[in-house]
Write a protein that binds this ligand. Structure first.
Ligand code: CDP
Ligand code: MG
Length: 900
């Protein structure tokens, strides 16, 4: 690589790179033809191994001729010494037969899309093809994975297959990795590559970038696709071509191929045909919420009644996985005799099965004890419904007719969901074959992860309990039965605060079919869906929405600006977010001070991130709340602000006081709330402080029963309080992680803020909600009695023509401070139903002088006063003077204030 050309002016490239899409759309209007190119023999086929999957044709969609094709014709062939076993295993992979076609397409095109069923060998083989073709001779081969687990495990696998050390085939994930200066093939998470782009915008270190698992549509991969589509052009211009290979399971590649803004010339799409054996799909008659329990029952049934073959169970998270692993191990203990494999575990069996640790060894004595106890304990503990085995009509051998039927999907009528039918008794456990139960999830230590690829011990049946990691990222060999909970954990964002939480939802149809496909890799298989076909048809989306469209746009905007992508609006997203929303986000971020306009040679308004914006982006919440957290961090008020942000994310924490009349008990609430809203003096601070104190006090309530009582006495919704507690911990952990700073910890026993702290907190709230200021309508504004009628107790908000009013639930309703900020405005019906009223909720009192300091972007400074004269402050070296200013578009007069 030539060092002088290392993208040392990344920002320039940014601007150039992202706005050249629209130039020649008309050219690409031509029809795309599909040609079938026969694959040729691979150079590895000298060994006599008959591939299970006969090499199939690769389907290539050539695109219209590219004017200037930069071809990279490696002249070297790099020899790799592989073991016989490895070579035999490789030759069974369908992709091996396609090596030549794939390599020719890569050599002749800058960008290619490679699709193929999960398990066809894309991730493990393509980097090897490239290596052998000389792509790693001068520069690196880079492969991105959306999941950490895949980056680690795939790098290890490729190193083993190639007989090379992990110093040559390495991985890099956040906070961890084994990359050396000898590294030639580098697996990394997509986030890591994005970080590298900040310092080396044209990725000069790399000759190829493979974006793996592009169908997962992680935010980072989508951004990378957009960026790389331009970087490839830049590298072409420099005569230092970079190859881009987008790899995906056979799910929806249209977002990449049909998007003209992204690729002017549609890249060729190669698809590796895979031999997929038929999978018989059984739906449950009913869809139960306790899918964990259902999965357990199903696994027990399969294990006891059906012929050998691995079981793969899809659940949603680590906790569920560990629970089920523990239960299955207790039900079918594996008696280990092979000394060499025994890890020394001296803990009690309970500790052994604790959540944080899911090792699978236990000593003999414990195992025997456990197997005896297991029956008893399980029977009493689980009180499982009885299963009538006679009625349980699963096909029991491979010659069964419906095995041959590729599309045999049926409702499993025989599935015994009702108690009467169930007849399973654990007395039979003795006769059961042992089960080799392994967990699989992203955060599992990598040595434990790789166990799923090993052969289970002789005589034991493999059962892997996994999150959706096993859906497309990792292929586990010899799975014949898939049990699909149909659920997946997805991130949901709170619309207001941007705080995200994980919720369990149904997966998509595409996802469910991928899961089913895992059963038919090496032989016909079965998939048991723990939900009904009606639910599948009606409640499952066809495909999962790309993350980038789920993420709040203001977060996305700020995040991309922080990456140095200045023209987010024009960014070639594979699935673009709403344009108007993006524009609004940019405007709002400017008001917040996270972005600032830059003088640009062109006339368009370009914004860049400010240092404040950088600080804000470190927090995993909506930018306005990120700003509050960033400012609190400076003032050591973080725990309070975290608590408020968490409280604001939860709906209806306080039961509305307006229902007061109906219940005597409830009349107690208001005085308490008013007390909570104060700061020890008569001044009322506002509604967020009621929440802060409510959460704080509830931590002292004690036992669960006491807490319930406390909630009842004070008009709090217990579920909401529990939710806030959870969010506080989660938010604190995430903040610690992003700040990489262990200084912060959530102390559940919060003491109320002091007067001074409360004042700072109000200023912090203002800093985040500066666009949501309201001012009481003054008497001067009311010209006649009609006005007085309409505007009585009303406020003006810059956003709104109509007057706004304090909502009945606000503690400030009586005191009505002159200047306030609100969390939201909403419309309510008046009692008579005739007219509507705009109401403010979540109101905090502020001082107008603060506006000039915390929301400067919305203030207009009219004049600088000579009297009193400017003052030099020695402690910060700044000059302060008094100014006359107005606020907002409506030009509200601010009191004479001293500013920097
Ligand atoms: O990327 P794709 O889904 O197309 O397939 P892959 O991940 O490259 O896997 C190809 C084969 O390698 C599968 O049959 C895996 O089971 C196997 N493999 C393995 O045996 N051990 C590993 N550590 C990783 C993959
Ligand atoms: Mg893969």
């Amino acid at each position: 690589a030539d060092d002088s050309d290392d993208g040392s002016k990344p920002k320039d490239y940014n601007i150039v790179g992202l706005d050249q899409s629209s130039s020649s759309d008309s050219e690409s209007e031509e029809t795309v033809e599909t040609a079938v190119i026969a694959s040729s023999k691979t150079k590895c086929s000298e060994e006599e191994v008959s591939p299970v999957a006969a090499p199939k044709e690769a389907v290539i969609q050539p695109t219209e001729p590219v004017e200037k094709v930069v071809t990279y014709k490696p002249t070297i062939y790099v020899h790799v010494e592989r073991s016989k076993e490895i070579q035999a295993a490789r030759l069974k992979l369908p992709i091996l037969g396609e090596e030549q076609v794939i390599m020719e397409t890569i050599n002749e095109n800058s960008i290619i899309i490679l699709t193929g069923e999960t398990g066809s060998g894309k991730t493990t083989q393509v980097p090897q093809f490239l290596y052998e073709a000389g792509y790693a001779e001068k520069k690196l081969i880079g492969i991105t994975e959306p999941r950490r687990v895949a980056a680690i495990s795939m790098s290890k696998r490729v190193a083993t297959e190639m007989n090379l050390g992990t110093d040559v085939v390495s991985y890099l994930i956040r906070f961890e990795g084994n990359v050396t200066n000898k590294t030639k093939i580098k697996f990394m998470t997509d986030g890591v590559l994005l970080k590298e782009l900040e310092n080396d915008f044209t990725l000069t270190k790399y000759s190829v970038i493979i974006l793996d698992e592009a169908h997962e549509r992680s935010v980072y991969t989508d951004i990378l696709v957009g960026l790389l589509s331009r970087i490839v052009l830049l590298r072409e211009k420099r005569n230092d071509p970079l190859k881009l290979i987008i790899m995906s399971a056979t799910l929806r590649v249209e977002d990449f191929t049909k998007n003209k803004k992204l690729f002017k010339n549609v890249p060729p799409v190669l698809s590796v045909e895979t031999r997929q054996f038929p999978v018989t799909i059984h739906f449950n008659k009913h869809t139960f919420d306790n899918y964990e329990e259902e999965a357990y029952k199903k696994a027990v049934k399969i294990h006891r009644k059906l012929p050998e073959g691995g079981i793969l169970i899809f659940l949603t998270g680590q906790h569920e996985v560990n629970n089920l692993v523990r239960k299955l191990r207790k039900a079918f203990p594996y008696h280990r005799t092979d000394e060499t494999n025994t890890e020394k575990t001296k803990e009690s069996s309970d500790a052994h099965y604790s959540d944080s640790e899911d090792g699978d060894e236990m000593d003999m004595k414990k195992a025997i004890q456990n197997s005896k106890k297991a029956k008893k304990k399980l029977r009493s503990m689980l009180s499982l419904p009885q299963i009538s085995l006679d009625n349980y009509k699963l096909p029991t051998d491979d010659t069964d007719a419906d095995l041959l039927d590729d599309s045999s999907i049926k409702d499993d009528d025989s599935d015994s969901d009702s108690e009467e039918e169930d007849n399973l008794s654990f007395v039979d456990l003795k006769s059961s074959q042992p089960m080799w139960v392994l967990p699989l999830y992203s955060l599992l230590p990598s040595d434990k992860q790789s166990r799923v690829f090993e052969k289970p011990p002789e005589g034991a049946r493999l059962c892997v309990v996994s999150t959706n990691v096993a859906e497309t990222s990792l292929t586990i060999p010899n799975i014949k039965y898939v049990i699909d909970s149909g659920r997946v954990k997805t991130r949901l964002y709170d619309k207001v605060t941007g705080v995200s939480s994980f919720v369990v939802t149904f997966t998509s149809k595409a996802g469910a079919n991928q899961r089913a496909g895992r059963a038919g890799r090496t032989a016909p298989g079965y998939c048991y869906r723990l939900y009904s076909s009606a639910v599948y048809e009606n409640e499952f989306d066809d495909i999962t929405v790309p993350d980038i469209q789920k993420k709040p746009v203001d977060d996305l905007m700020l995040q991309m600006k922080c990456m140095g992508i200045d023209k987010v609006i024009n960014f070639p997203f594979p699935s673009p977010p709403d344009l108007v929303q993006l524009q609004t986000a940019e405007y709002k971020l400017k008001l917040l001070g996270a972005l600032e306009a830059v003088e640009s040679s062109k006339s368009d308004k370009l914004t860049k991130v400010t240092p404040l914006g950088q600080a804000i982006s470190a927090f995993p919440v909506a930018p306005r709340f990120g700003k509050m957290l960033a400012l609190s961090h400076q003032q050591s008020l973080l725990p309070y602000t975290v608590c408020m942000v968490a409280a604001l994310s939860v709906q209806e924490v306080l039961i509305e006081v307006s229902q007061e009349q109906t219940n005597e008990k409830k009349s107690k609430w208001l005085p308490t709330r008013i007390k909570w809203a104060g700061a020890g003096n008569s001044l009322l601070l506002g509604d967020p402080f009621v929440l802060l104190r409510a959460v704080g006090e509830s931590e002292y309530a004690g036992s669960e029963g006491k807490l319930k009582e406390f909630c009842e006495t004070n008009g709090l919704r217990p579920k909401a309080v529990a939710e806030i507690r959870k969010l506080r911990v989660q938010l604190t952990n995430e903040i610690n992680l992003s700040l990489n700073d262990v200084g912060l910890c959530v102390d559940p026993k919060m003491v109320p803020p002091t007067d001074h702290q409360a004042k700072l907190l109000r200023q912090i709230l203002l800093a985040g909600m500066g666009d949501q200021v309201a001012k009481k309508i003054s008497d001067d504004e009311m010209k006649d009695s009609d006005d007085r009628q309409r505007f009585k107790y009303g406020y003006r908000s810059p956003e709104m023509e109509e007057p706004v009013f304090m909502h009945a639930s606000s503690v400030l309703r009586k005191s009505k401070p002159e200047w306030v900020i609100y969390q939201e405005i909403f419309e309510t019906d008046l009692k008579n139903g005739a007219s509507k009223k705009m109401c403010m909720r979540g109101v905090t009192a502020i001082e107008p002088e603060w506006l000039l300091i915390y929301v400067r972007s919305m203030c207009n400074i009219r004049s600088v006063k000579e009297d009193p004269p400017p003052r030099y402050n020695e402690s910060d070296g700044k000059v302060y003077c008094h100014v006359e200013a107005t606020f907002g578009r409506s030009g509200w007069q601010l009191p004479l204030s001293e500013i920097e």
